[in-house]
Design a protein around this ligand. Structure first.
Ligand SMILES: [Ca+2]
Ligand SMILES: [Ca+2]
Length: 111
Protein backbone atom coordinates (compact mmCIF):
# COMPACT_ATOMS: atom_id res chain seq x y z
CA UNK A 1 0.00 0.00 0.00
CA UNK A 2 1.45 3.32 -1.01
CA UNK A 3 1.80 6.02 1.57
CA UNK A 4 0.09 9.24 0.58
CA UNK A 5 -0.15 11.12 3.82
CA UNK A 6 2.58 11.63 6.43
CA UNK A 7 0.28 13.13 9.03
CA UNK A 8 1.08 11.64 12.41
CA UNK A 9 4.65 10.67 11.53
CA UNK A 10 5.81 13.22 14.10
CA UNK A 11 4.92 10.66 16.77
CA UNK A 12 7.96 8.63 15.70
CA UNK A 13 10.44 11.09 17.11
CA UNK A 14 13.24 8.53 17.38
CA UNK A 15 13.16 7.76 13.69
CA UNK A 16 16.61 8.27 12.21
CA UNK A 17 16.13 6.74 8.78
CA UNK A 18 13.09 6.93 6.58
CA UNK A 19 12.48 5.49 3.14
CA UNK A 20 9.67 6.93 1.07
CA UNK A 21 10.30 5.59 -2.40
CA UNK A 22 7.41 4.20 -4.45
CA UNK A 23 4.99 6.20 -2.40
CA UNK A 24 2.79 9.05 -3.44
CA UNK A 25 3.64 11.74 -0.94
CA UNK A 26 2.26 15.18 -1.65
CA UNK A 27 2.97 16.87 1.66
CA UNK A 28 6.24 16.32 3.51
CA UNK A 29 5.79 19.07 6.08
CA UNK A 30 5.05 16.53 8.89
CA UNK A 31 8.71 15.48 8.57
CA UNK A 32 9.70 18.72 10.28
CA UNK A 33 8.71 17.11 13.56
CA UNK A 34 11.33 14.37 13.20
CA UNK A 35 14.26 15.96 15.00
CA UNK A 36 16.38 12.80 14.94
CA UNK A 37 15.98 12.09 11.25
CA UNK A 38 19.41 11.64 9.70
CA UNK A 39 18.69 9.79 6.50
CA UNK A 40 15.77 10.31 4.21
CA UNK A 41 15.55 7.93 1.29
CA UNK A 42 13.13 9.19 -1.29
CA UNK A 43 14.27 7.12 -4.22
CA UNK A 44 16.79 4.57 -5.37
CA UNK A 45 17.88 7.31 -7.78
CA UNK A 46 19.35 9.38 -4.97
CA UNK A 47 22.96 8.40 -5.64
CA UNK A 48 22.54 8.83 -9.37
CA UNK A 49 21.24 12.35 -8.99
CA UNK A 50 23.88 13.40 -6.50
CA UNK A 51 26.60 12.55 -9.04
CA UNK A 52 25.27 15.19 -11.40
CA UNK A 53 25.51 17.78 -8.70
CA UNK A 54 28.23 20.36 -8.05
CA UNK A 55 29.22 20.24 -4.37
CA UNK A 56 30.89 23.67 -4.58
CA UNK A 57 27.54 25.30 -5.09
CA UNK A 58 25.10 23.93 -2.56
CA UNK A 59 21.58 24.95 -3.59
CA UNK A 60 20.20 22.10 -1.50
CA UNK A 61 20.84 24.35 1.49
CA UNK A 62 17.71 26.24 0.65
CA UNK A 63 17.53 28.39 3.76
CA UNK A 64 21.30 29.02 3.67
CA UNK A 65 21.99 28.10 7.27
CA UNK A 66 24.99 25.95 6.37
CA UNK A 67 23.42 22.54 6.86
CA UNK A 68 20.95 20.44 4.94
CA UNK A 69 18.16 19.07 7.07
CA UNK A 70 14.41 18.83 7.38
CA UNK A 71 14.09 22.60 7.31
CA UNK A 72 15.36 22.60 3.75
CA UNK A 73 12.94 19.85 2.76
CA UNK A 74 10.12 21.79 4.34
CA UNK A 75 11.22 24.87 2.43
CA UNK A 76 10.78 22.96 -0.82
CA UNK A 77 7.36 21.64 0.11
CA UNK A 78 5.28 24.81 -0.39
CA UNK A 79 6.71 25.20 -3.91
CA UNK A 80 6.06 21.60 -4.87
CA UNK A 81 4.52 21.44 -8.34
CA UNK A 82 5.28 25.07 -9.13
CA UNK A 83 7.22 26.13 -12.17
CA UNK A 84 8.98 29.33 -13.11
CA UNK A 85 12.15 31.25 -12.39
CA UNK A 86 13.67 32.11 -9.02
CA UNK A 87 12.13 29.22 -7.11
CA UNK A 88 14.38 28.36 -4.17
CA UNK A 89 13.09 24.81 -4.21
CA UNK A 90 14.19 24.29 -7.80
CA UNK A 91 17.64 23.14 -6.74
CA UNK A 92 18.54 21.66 -10.11
CA UNK A 93 17.46 24.77 -11.99
CA UNK A 94 15.21 23.17 -14.60
CA UNK A 95 12.32 25.53 -13.87
CA UNK A 96 10.03 23.16 -12.00
CA UNK A 97 9.88 22.01 -8.40
CA UNK A 98 9.17 18.31 -8.33
CA UNK A 99 10.18 15.05 -6.67
CA UNK A 100 13.67 15.23 -8.17
CA UNK A 101 14.36 18.41 -6.25
CA UNK A 102 13.37 16.68 -3.02
CA UNK A 103 15.67 13.80 -3.95
CA UNK A 104 18.56 16.23 -4.49
CA UNK A 105 18.02 17.80 -1.10
CA UNK A 106 17.72 14.35 0.47
CA UNK A 107 20.96 13.26 -1.21
CA UNK A 108 22.82 15.94 0.76
CA UNK A 109 20.91 15.44 3.97
CA UNK A 110 23.07 16.03 7.04
CA UNK A 111 25.79 17.98 5.23
CA1 LIG B 1 19.61 24.56 5.52
CA1 LIG C 1 13.77 21.27 -10.75
Amino acid sequence: MAITDLTGIGLYTNLSELGLWDNNITDISPLAELNNLETLLLSALTELNSDAYDPEDNPSDINNDGSINTFDLVAVAPQFGQSGENLDGDVNGDGIVNIFNLILVAAHFGE
